[in-house]
Write a protein that binds this ligand. Sequence first.
Ligand code: S3P
Length: 439
Amino acid sequence: MSGENNKKFIVHPGGVIQGELRVPGDKSISHRSIMLGALAEGTTEVTGFLEGEDALATLSAFRAMGVEIIGPDKGKVTIHGVGMQGLKAPQAELDLGNSGTSMRLLSGLLAAQDFDVTLTGDKSLSARPMKRVTDPLALMGAEIGTSDGKPPLKIQGGNKLKGIDYDLPMASAQVKSCLLLAGMYAEGKTSVTEPAPTRDHTERMLQGMGYPLDVNGSTVTIEGGHKLEGCRIDVPADISSATFFMVAAAIAPGSDVTLKHVGINSTRIGVINILDLMGADISLSNETETGGEPVADIRVRYAPLRGIQIPEDQVPLAIDEFPALFIAAACAEGRTVLTGAEELRVKESDRIQVMADGLQILGIDAEPTADGIVIEGGVIGSGEVEGHGDHRIAMSFAIAALQAGGSIQINDCANVATSFPGFVELAREAGLNIEVIDE
Ligand code: S3P
């Protein structure tokens, strides 16, 4: 369960990453399949659904609001949609665990229902900023109480929302999606303009389910009062989970790995672009489209990496991939500089500080800055680092061991299950020498 802090990884050095692997389903698309499937008319059949704690938190929340959902069973979920007005008041607060996506998207969707509802989360989620959604929702007429801008969110039902034009102050797909979901219930049109492109899975799925939407440059406009139709959704493998094996193969001499059927939506491929700039050997094959999303097999073979200045336009396109990319930077020759990434400080942990602390413990020169980090490539040593209950920190330090001088112990790893159930087994299959200590 998320929140437990007694799981440790001990990862031994050496190892080569090889084989054909399929990582679990995309987390963002899995969340959205439940949300939109629940509000649709008719049945939505999902395959490839991520059976991780975050997506399951969304699933449980909709069950608690009266939606009949069958599964998940080997990635298959059947959602019997209740229509736009069919949700029922839950009997209790909705506990969304570690999942920021659940909380931020649901805040928009629930702001216009005729019942009150409270959204809560674990320690990490309870410390994350929510004014970024409650401020614009208040402009639409919503009433949402917070604890000093943080969860729990107490959403008051019975408010009629009106459309707004909103310029997002930060590049955030969660805030954009929150306002689009609220906009489905608002009177008139809601327009959201983003400062840089962010993942567009909400827009694609809305259109795929028959909800009209206008995308014009950096502005998305939605009009209230239309309907969603149930459909089939094939969720591709999550590029954010594939990233750990891409970086692992890129840093470990002799490696050659292929990640199958991975989502390569252009708003998600910053990791490919950045690794490519660093000199990684990456090739794509079997490119096709499934359920409105592009997918491909991604092959990565070892090649020496060099440090780079990471282009700022890649930051939103690789926002979840930086912990792993910092490991690539630590193994590269020369200096890697990241700027324009202050959002990393408000993820499941402060990913700039936490990664800098861990890298320093392992003997790497890593200097945090207000909006990024400077990493000098070097020799990774052994040591004990903290996972801080952040799934992506734990998995990043796990792959670092491939190139370490001795074993790395990572504490507080239970939350790996939020996004990547089966990580340890797949990592072993790929060639990582990883032990789990469950106390
Ligand atoms: C997500 C958007 C991103 C990302 C998160 C998932 C989404 O968050 O970090 O893991 O599914 O919309 P921000 O919108 O806060 O950047």
